[in-house]
Design a protein around this ligand. Structure first.
Ligand code: FES
Length: 92
């Protein structure tokens, strides 16, 4: 049994970077930390997914509260690749 932060466990898994897809659901701080570790392991940004649910309010595309750049998180997301999140201006 492992105890600690998940980003310390990634390296121990020995995942093959070429055919690994990661789904990261966490706080923004932990997301950035885990994504950084995944990139160091050689996993490409287009193979790392996350959700941007924290920006939703109405959830049906009416209030524009979920607008980030050119996207409405409630309508176009909430699941995005790390590469897409970076183009939206999110820190990754
Ligand atoms: S949450 Fe209102 S437009 Fe997306």
């Amino acid at each position: 049994m492992e105890v600690g932060f998940v980003n310390h466990l990634e390296a121990k898994l020995g995942l093959p970077a070429t055919n690994t897809v990661a789904f990261v659901c966490s706080s923004l701080m932990m997301f950035n930390t885990v994504v950084k570790e995944l990139k160091l392991e050689g996993i490409k940004k287009q193979n790392i997914y996350s959700i941007l649910e924290r920006y939703m309010k109405c959830g049906i595309g009416k209030c524009l509260h979920s607008t980030i750049g050119q996207t409405l998180v409630c309508a176009d997301g909430p699941v995005y690749t790390c590469k897409q999140i970076k183009t939206l201006g999110e820190q990754t």
